[in-house]
Design a protein around this ligand. Structure first.
Ligand code: AMP
Length: 542
């Protein structure tokens, strides 16, 4: 075979911000800032500051391959860190501030972070563990001199971000780096065992962004204003920190302000056209708008994923607020996008109800991701919308091995087991039926906890619900529903069960409902079933 005769330019993340500065230089990045107040900066100015930061990092002694941590909200400074660190050939390691102190120190030590960039709000979080972080050489507080907090509890040298980059050259000689070199590191918040590191490369990130900005995925254009709510510290901000500048969309960042009222004012004042976040954030916005009689006319659509989107949420956005919900599924190990739910041509001839059935699924895989479902022996199952089994994936932006692990995370044929259980229909629409460890086995039959939860959350008086399998003397396991009531509501147990029974076979309906005050959530905002199982595992045996 003869070689192709085309240019061989390696992918490098900094080229994305350079393009934004050159082609969309005056387009703004708006932040609802940590210090308070709305901040605005152009891509052109942000690129110059990114070069200033790279110069500062070089002087601090950062070398290629070093891991540099960030514990920060979505802000322009956090974006500058991503690009300056990755563009210099080091690795930007995002830390989730909602993790427990033990997990934070495990992660920083495992990654051997040399420097940490932190928002003012997280100085106490780091101060609490700093004596257990031997690799840490300095902390940079991401603010200006006026807002510097008391840092006397930090026992390493501390810099103020704005002072650190001030008076530096606004140009930087970005090094040539191998496109397969590491650019960013994100740990999964596994509900069992220690967190595991997913190390992205320049190549995987750029290809993921090139693919996912397209119109059947995030559908970003230079005319769009994208409200990026999904945190940069969780699952790579769904790639939007790269794809929005790549396309030249105006970016709007919520900082720490993710309550319904703040999100509403950002959408209306900045005229956001598109957005992305997990369902819990949208519940906050919908409750706020319902209570206050507000609307969001500029928002055309929003991508929702991270956990299953209840049908009631898609319908509410659609019918009451005129917003198209695009259901998406993915995971940290997939950069994170795996599937997105955009309609196919044949769907225009379906009824609204039939279309809604499809829109509730997690969606189809784009070019770059392959999906298959298998039974317990690893045999492929048919794509008929009924057969369900373990969901396996492979593709250009899917993990090969976890950071610092010798063994591959893939099977012999190169497939990664997602830990999800799913079916796939004849058109390729995938539907998650459960996490493999959450599925409920009752008398040899399987019950999908996700399906029950989705229906329960459509009950008008419930805020949030979780369904778990608990021990049962006769059936081995039976479903139990744990639910939080909406404020001011007092639903009857039987009424909740009847609501579920309207859509499920009798044996699938939970035997009981327990109302709880708060739903335990993981650091990434998903229902944490571990404490629920521990508390209720013997509920039906008592
Ligand atoms: P994370 O890596 O924290 O984003 O978690 C990934 C996991 O979240 C997936 O393996 C799924 O179990 C779950 N998940 C993500 N998106 C969805 C979705 N749209 N519906 C159901 N589960 C989802």
């Amino acid at each position: 075979m003869i070689d192709g005769h085309m240019q061989q330019q390696g992918f490098n993340l900094i080229s994305i911000l350079q393009h934004a500065a050159n082609a969309h230089g005056d387009t703004e990045v708006i932040t609802n800032s940590v210090e308070g107040g709305r901040h605005s900066i152009s891509y052109k100015a942000m690129y110059r500051r990114t070069a200033q930061l790279a110069n500062a990092l070089q002087e601090l002694g950062m070398k290629q391959g070093d891991r540099i941590g960030t514990m920060a909200w979505n802000t322009w400074r956090h974006l500058e860190c991503w690009y300056a660190i990755g563009g210099s050939g080091a690795v930007c390691h995002t830390l989730n501030p909602r993790l427990f102190a033990d997990q934070i120190d495990f992660i920083v030590n495992h990654a051997e972070d040399r420097f940490l960039f932190v928002d003012i709000s997280f100085v106490p979080v780091i101060a609490a563990v700093i004596d257990r972080l031997p690799t840490l050489e300095c902390v940079v507080v991401m603010t200006d001199a006026e807002h510097m907090p008391d840092t006397s509890t930090l026992t390493v040298p501390v810099h103020c971000y704005e002072d650190l980059i001030a008076n530096r050259a606004s140009e930087f000689q970005w090094p040539d780096i191998d496109e397969n070199g590491a650019s960013s590191l994100c740990y999964t918040s596994g509900t069992t065992g220690n967190p595991k590191g997913v190390m992205y490369s320049h190549r995987s990130n750029v290809i993921h962004s090139l693919a996912t900005c397209g119109s059947d995925l995030f559908n970003l254009t230079a005319r769009d204003t994208c409200l990026m709510i999904v945190p940069m510290f969780h699952a790579n901000s769904w790639g939007l920190a790269f794809s929005a500048p790549m396309i030249g969309s105006k970016l709007v960042l919520p900082g720490p302000h993710m309550d319904g009222a703040s999100i509403h004012s950002l959408i209306t004042e900045e005229q956001c056209t598109t957005s992305a976040a997990v369902p819990t954030v949208w519940t906050g916005l919908l409750d706020y708008m319902d209570a206050e009689g507000k609307s969001i006319p500029s928002l055309k659509e929003t991508v929702i994923g991270g956990s299953a989107v209840p049908r009631s949420m898609i319908e509410k956005f659609d019918k009451t607020y005129g917003v198209d919900v695009i259901h998406a599924w993915g995971m940290t190990e997939m950069s994170p996008l795996g599937t997105m739910n955009r309609p196919l041509a044949f769907m225009s001839s379906l009824t609204d109800a039939e279309r809604m059935d499809i829109r509730c699924k997690q969606g189809r895989a784009p070019y770059g991701v392959e999906l298959k479902i298998v039974d317990d022996d690893g045999n492929r199952l048919p794509h008929d919308g009924d057969a369900f089994g373990r969901l396996l994936v492979r593709g250009h932006w899917v993990i090969e091995r976890y950071y610092k692990q010798e063994e591959s995370a893939l099977d012999a044929d190169g497939w990664f087991d997602t830990g999800d259980v799913a079916n796939i229909d004849q058109y390729g629409f995938m539907q998650i039926t459960d996490r493999s460890k959450d599925i409920i086995k009752s008398g040899g039959e399987w019950i999908s906890s996700v399906d029950i939860e989705n229906t329960a959350m459509g009950h008008p008086e419930l805020q949030i619900a979780a369904c778990i399998g608990v021990k049962h003397a006769k059936w081995e396991e039976r479903p139990l529903l744990l639910a939080v009531k909406k404020p001011g509501c007092n639903p009857e147990k039987q009424n909740v069960l009847d609501h579920i029974a309207a859509e499920f076979a009798k044996w699938q309906v939970p035997d009981d409902v327990v109302f709880i005050d708060d739903m335990p959530l993981t650091a990434t905002g998903k229902i944490d079933k571990k404490p629920l199982r521990a508390e209720f595992e013997n509920y039906y045996l008592q």
